[in-house]
Design a protein. Structure first.
Length: 147
């Protein structure tokens, strides 16, 4: 079984975060600059929430709020559901599907070590399927079998 730690090895190591007292506009700027759909909210080195494009759309725009006047802490999702790197890819996908999450922070002890998106899971699954297909083709044709 593939674990989340395996997936995280192939992702960029940087985890972009934001403070709860930042404006929603600042969070959106960061997300656009880094091409990410959610950002963990950190206060005193602790994960206290997560702010996503979905939070912005549903809690800011649809409620008539202004992104330059609204704080991330007012819209972030909290408490945050997290996983650790021992979760399997399948467990992570099941949790994301069941709870309708697109992003899950990965915590080791009290430390945020990564974030997994539904896109990351999709890429991983496709990569694993391609690898399996190559292995099966090699087995069937006798190419690279036993090497």
């Amino acid at each position: 079984m593939n674990k989340i730690r395996d997936l995280l090895r192939y992702k960029p190591q940087s985890v972009w975060t934001i403070r709860p007292d930042a404006t929603v506009y600042e969070a959106l700027e960061l997300m656009a600059e880094k091409n990410i759909g959610a950002v963990p909210v950190i206060e005193n080195d602790a994960l206290i929430g997560i702010f996503s494009e979905r939070d912005y759309a549903r809690k800011c725009i649809l409620m008539g709020r202004h992104s330059k006047e609204t704080l991330v802490s007012e819209l972030m999702s909290s408490p945050v559901v997290t996983i650790d790197s021992d979760f399997t890819i399948e467990q992570c996908l099941a949790l994301m599907t069941e709870r309708q999450f697109r992003h899950l922070p990965v915590i080791e002890g009290d430390t945020l070590t990564g974030i997994v998106s539904i896109g990351d899971i999709g890429k991983w699954v496709i990569s694993e399927q391609r690898s399996m297909i190559r292995d099966l083709e090699g087995f069937i044709t006798g190419n690279n079998y036993g090497h």
